[in-house]
Write a protein that binds this ligand. Structure first.
Ligand code: COA
Ligand code: ZN
Length: 323
């Protein structure tokens, strides 16, 4: 127990490898109301791989009536170039989703249950307990198919319908996931309610209740503190972060949901802080620009607008403040 408490407060060391998991093609596209043609989705995924991303949630295997945008999940997975070593994941809510994901040869799935009853009901039309019970058969199927499992916990830092979500409630679900065989959990900040304090509390509660369980963090920047929450995660020793290209994202079944933390902004922060991401920022900005072109609008990310830190401007093109 002492070791666990110790490791709970050991920050990620300088120079360590951080996993950045791109979730734009899932969390980002799912909230877009105009259907993005399948070949454009594939082009964006491939551009993101070309930038060096090696973890990506490429789509969801959910009801096409619930999320029509991702009805082409099979086609997207069949069309992308999967680089050597890439971990391709998809979100699933139930057994049908697991069967579809396994048939497509994904490397891992992100199962989803919410920490709050009301959001789980809105999102997957069942109680938290029913979701967790159903996961027994789901995980057995995935295990047999050799598909890894990340146990997703939505509304982990607060619920737009119920308000505060106690860390113990999140830790209880994390423990259930561990008992079901998941090696890691992903804490979803569905509507951007996470703060450095709540992140610290949730991570520590899970470490205390489910020692050895991996933790990933998934922040939305709804209230502008997404990257501050990443800094807290790093201080708590967490090495896995989700982000969306351009800052796309949001859950259609959560009031007030807006974009994820932006992948380019996160990679900028991590690379400039001396962590290793394996991701080329310039090529990532190209992928974000392609995403903007496909969607036909500017995205909220900041580095796509400002460029890398050492971008230089021609002094001849800038006004001089002569008195
Ligand atoms: N993929 C495709 N179709 C699915 C499916 C899946 N994973 N799960 C269920 N369906 C289909 C069923 O086959 C059935 O189709 P039919 O009416 O043609 O026979 C229909 O959906 C209803 O199935 P049911 O099991 O009764 O589901 P439901 O209506 O209670 O909805 C979910 C439950 C989980 C399928 C639905 O709420 C859902 O897809 N939620 C995902 C939401 C989401 O993606 N949120 C954002 C990410 S956090
Ligand atoms: Zn999300």
């Amino acid at each position: 127990m002492a070791d666990t408490a110790q490791s709970a407060t050991t920050p990620v060391p300088d120079g360590a490898r951080i996993t950045v998991c791109e979730v734009g093609p899932r969390d980002g596209f799912q909230i877009e109301s105009t259907f993005i043609p399948t070949d454009r989705k594939i082009a964006i995924v491939n551009a993101l791989f070309a930038a060096g991303l090696r973890h990506m949630q490429v789509t969801s295997f959910v009801s096409p009536r619930a999320v029509p945008q991702l009805a082409d999940a099979e086609e997207v997975l069949a069309g992308i170039d999967r680089p050597e070593g890439a971990v391709v994941t998809a979100l699933i809510p139930n057994l049908r989703g697991a069967e579809r994901a396994a048939a497509c040869g994904v490397d891992a799935v992100h199962s989803v249950v919410s920490a709050s009853e009301t959001h789980n009901l809105k999102n997957v039309n069942r109680s938290v307990e029913t979701s967790l019970k159903d996961f027994e058969a789901v995980f057995a199927l995935l295990d047999k198919a050799g598909v890894a499992i990340e146990g997703g916990i939505a509304t982990a830092f607060g619920c737009p319908f119920e308000g505060e979500v106690p860390p113990e409630q999140v830790a209880r679900i994390a423990k259930r996931y561990q008992e079901l065989g998941a090696k890691s959990v992903g804490l979803g900040d569905t509507t951007g309610m996470a703060t450095p304090k709540t992140v610290q509390a949730a991570v520590r509660a899970i470490r205390a209740k489910a020692p050895g369980l991996g933790i990933g963090l998934h922040f939305h920047n709804t209230r502008g503190v997404g990257l501050a929450c990443v800094m807290t995660g790093l201080a708590e020793g967490v090495t896995h972060y989700d982000a969306s290209v351009g800052g796309l994202g949001g859950c259609p079944f959560a009031a007030g949901a807006t974009g994820n933390i932006c992948t380019e902004d996160l990679v900028y922060l991590l690379n400039e802080s001396g962590y290793e991401t394996g991701i080329d920022l310039d090529r990532l900005i190209d992928a974000a620009k392609l995403t903007q072109d496909v969607l036909g609008r500017d995205l909220p990310g900041q580095v796509i607008k400002s460029g890398p830190r050492l971008r230089r401007f021609d002094p001849g093109l800038t006004a001089t403040a002569a008195g």
